[in-house]
Design a protein around this ligand. Structure first.
Ligand code: NAG
Ligand code: NAG
Ligand code: NAG
Length: 309
């Protein structure tokens, strides 16, 4: 008996089968996009016990994007550092906002010094779903948008904080730059009330350590009004956690041009322009190879048909 005819079809399509398998077993892609008018230095912190990524910190010039392969069960956080520079004398690298204190562009296991807008992920968590959110619990330093791509299930939608919160930041929470380059006095970030005042009520600690005892405050409410989908305090889960299965993610710093100061509602917009940037940095999608899919289906049907006779 000769080789069954389906065999060559399967061979022909083996790269497709392989890439499908690799996609589901190995990784998702996070594409970092900088639409800010300034350079952003993303920092990445993998949670304890989770596989580290290929980088823990990088430089992302205005207009650039950078894809990162992320293991399927990864969890951790990603943020953007701003106003960074290297000391010419010591070589030490520091940032005015969201510094990780490593002294280098790589954060090497160090997290962001608040205030920092954080994108948080737990991939393949409970029920096989990815859990993700954008958090202002540690304050705010720049607008950020997370857009899932090609995922399914859960409430798989965009989340983030589009408003420029350092503009609307209450004065007692403002972080003002001490910029050596003249000027100075500009608000560069907005602290959380917990960080600013250290009180249990704002930190959801002590007598306020449960969801029932720690509610929103006037400060968290101001964050929530500006960025309705972002975490505004520790127990803000219901309206701030999103879930999605087997997705890739685009993380955009300054998703809307800085002209968007008018977008007071903080609604999720500008998603269309983001997905334009993403193309090319992508995994296999079904639409790209309909002939192969068709061939495989035909082969499967003919096999089934033969077995039935
Ligand atoms: C997802 O997690 C479950 C266990 O929690 C594991 O069995 C499964 O292999 C994981 N899926 C992938 C694609 O890694
Ligand atoms: C917010 O901070 C960034 C630097 O992090 C700065 O470039 C921007 O101009 C600030 N926005 C306002 C409205 O002050
Ligand atoms: C999304 O779904 C998760 C559970 O799958 C739920 O906990 C969360 O509240 C939902 N988020 C929103 C914004 O509805």
């Amino acid at each position: 008996m000769g080789r069954p005819p389906h065999f060559s079809l399967i061979l022909l399509c083996s790269p497709l089968i392989l890439s499908l398998t690799v996609r589901t077993v190995l990784s998702a892609t996070f594409t970092l996009v900088n639409q800010c008018s300034y350079t952003v230095w993303p920092g990445i912190l993998s949670s304890a016990g989770t596989q580290p990524l290929s980088t823990t910190g990088l430089t992302l010039e205005s207009g650039d994007s950078f894809p990162i392969s992320v293991p399927t069960s990864w969890s951790g956080r990603i943020w953007g550092r701003t106003l960074c520079s290297q000391d010419p004398a010591t070589g030490k690298f520091t940032c005015a906002t969201a510094d990780c204190g490593s002294g280098t562009v790589e954060c090497s296991g160090a997290g962001a010094v608040p205030p920092a807008t954080l994108a948080e992920f737990t991939l393949n968590g409970s029920g096989g779903l990815d859990f993700y959110d954008v958090s202002l619990v540690d304050g705010y330093n720049l607008p950020m948008l997370v857009v899932p791509q090609g995922g399914a299930g859960g409430n798989c939608s965009s989340t983030g904080c589009l408003s420029d919160l350092n503009e609307s930041c209450p004065s007692e929470l403002k972080v003002v730059s001490s910029s050596g380059g003249g000027g100075g006095g500009e608000c560069v970030a907005c602290r959380s009330a917990c960080e600013a005042f250290g009180e249990a009520e704002y930190c959801c600690s002590g007598a306020y350590a449960t969801p029932d005892t720690c509610g929103p405050t006037q400060y968290s409410q101001a964050f929530k009004n500006a960025c309705p989908r972002a975490y505004s305090y520790a127990y803000d889960d219901k309206t701030s956690t999103f879930t999605c299965a087997s997705a890739d993610y685009i993380l955009t710093f300054c998703p809307t041009p800085s002209a968007s100061k008018k977008s007071s509602g903080g609604e999720i917009a500008g998603v269309g322009s983001v997905s334009l940037v993403s193309s090319g940095a992508h995994h296999f999608t079904y639409t790209s190879t309909p002939p192969c899919t068709l061939l495989i289906s035909l082969a499967a049907i003919s096999l089934l048909w033969r077995w039935h006779i």
